[in-house]
Design a protein around this ligand. Structure first.
Ligand code: NDP
Ligand code: MG
Length: 387
């Protein structure tokens, strides 16, 4: 059997590295085509020496010489910068992992949808900002989109073999992050270090802070609406501190199916790699007797304002790109120490109310260039909002 060609965009990130961990056991079955990194040139060099992809791209030009020197006696074609990265995403392959973080991964995801037979999608921002476009590209090119986000992988798994019309609603689980039991008052003085201390998952910096503010869950709610063609009222968010039940699907006959596993992204990645078959992955099954009990309760939307604000987006999905761009700027400003943790929600809310942005959205973003333009405009506005 011929080897499957695979791309991994965002190779050096948390998802990228978990993807390599899964693939490490099956190297002989795959041809590695493109790897990419932005700043972590040392990790990219290591991965290139081990997996020998055909192409490797480093986003930041200043690391290119180091990459070139380290890999000069290999056959790997090396490049730097965004244009070369976009070109790589146009390579015809069997499977692409889209795991660049944030809006930077959106256009890559769209190109992978056009040129890969299967798109394993970790970059949730692609659905939030350009969901309609992404899904229409997948339809046009007959690309299979398999979600990697653990909640969406769970729903996808629960829906496999079911009739779509039997689905009533879905329940997205959320760990509640490190501030689940904090008072609103105490959350007023959250530090960056505290926000980075996720109780259950080890992930990249940005998604870890988004999980602490529950902006991550708001993005996931929109992601789910696009992926599974749901109305806002069909998606419920529930806190489940143990992160064992990754989400649930409620059917019209009163049945609820859930997918359970210990929190480890290798599970959803492996599922996306070998769907519909399951791979042998070194993850223990859930030990129910040891866990004893699983808890579920409703989130406090006063503390996690993002869950309230997202309703506006849920009622008009075209607002997704504004929501995400404002959230990205809010996050940058929190990380730099310029605004407080709870200010992030206020910044997003104020940005979403900007009439000039709303006017742009009313024209209905159709193409990636429209989405890039609205993203840029929103960022400019969100950067200027004063506290
Ligand atoms: P990381 O921050 O760990 O990794 C991000 C990757 O993107 C790195 O390879 C990084 O390169 C690269 N990158 C960053 N900026 C750019 C840019 N401007 N251009 C090109 N490449 C860039 O993120 P995660 O792996 O945690 O997350 C990746 C995506 O997957 C996100 O969209 C996230 O929401 C989603 N996701 C992640 C989960 C997780 O468990 N981590 C779970 C579910 C979804 P470098 O490091 O070399 O600078
Ligand atoms: Mg998730």
């Amino acid at each position: 059997m011929s080897k499957k060609k695979v791309n991994i965009f965002g190779t050096t990130g948390s998802i990228g590295q978990s993807t390599l961990q899964v693939l490490r056991g099956y190297k002989g079955k795959y041809d590695f085509i493109a790897f990419s990194a932005h700043d972590n040139v040392d990790q990219l060099i290591k991965d290139c020496l081990e997996f020998k992809p055909q192409y490797a791209n480093i986003g930041n030009e200043k690391h290119f010489l180091k990459l070139k020197n380290a890999l000069h006696d290999t056959d790997i074609s090396l490049s730097y910068g965004r244009d070369a990265l976009l070109d790589l995403a146009c390579t015809k392959v069997d499977w692409s992992m889209s795991a660049i973080v944030g809006f930077s991964g959106v256009e890559i995801s769209l190109l992978c949808a056009e040129h890969s037979q299967i798109l394993a999608l970790a970059n949730k921002e692609a659905l939030v900002c350009a969901g309609k476009l992404l899904l229409s590209i997948c339809k046009t090119y007959n690309t299979e989109l398999i979600p990697v986000d653990s909640e969406h992988s769970a729903i996808f798994q629960c829906l496999t073999g079911e009739r779509r019309k039997d689905l009533k609603s879905i329940t997205l689980t959320a760990s509640g992050g490190p501030f689940r039991n904090w008072s609103l008052k105490r959350m007023g003085s959250v530090t960056l270090k505290e926000a980075l201390n996720h109780p259950n998952w080890r992930m990249g910096t940005r998604i870890t802070i988004d999980s602490a503010s529950m902006f991550n869950k708001s993005l996931e709610l929109i992601e789910a609406m696009h992926l599974f063609e749901l109305e806002f009222s069909d998606v419920e968010v529930i806190i489940h501190p143990q992160s064992i039940v990754h989400s649930m699907v409620n059917f019209k006959d009163g049945t609820t199916l859930a997918q359970l596993s210990v929190p480890d992204m290798k599970g959803p990645i492996g599922y996306a790699l070998n769907y519909p078959k399951r791979l042998n992955i070194d993850i223990e099954n859930v030990n129910f007797a040891k866990i004893g009990s699983l808890e579920f309760y409703m989130p406090d939307k006063e503390k996690f304002r993002s869950l309230e604000i997202v309703e506006k987006v849920g009622r008009n999905l075209d607002l997704g790109v504004i929501f995400n761009a404002a959230k990205e700027i809010a996050l940058d400003r929190f990380i730099s120490g310029e605004i407080a943790f709870l200010d992030m929600a206020e910044l997003v809310e104020k940005t979403l109310a900007e009439s000039s942005l709303i006017n742009k959205i009313l024209k209905k973003p159709q193409k990636i260039s429209d989405i890039i333009e609205i993203n840029e405009l929103t960022r400019g506005i969100a950067e200027k909002i004063k506290f």
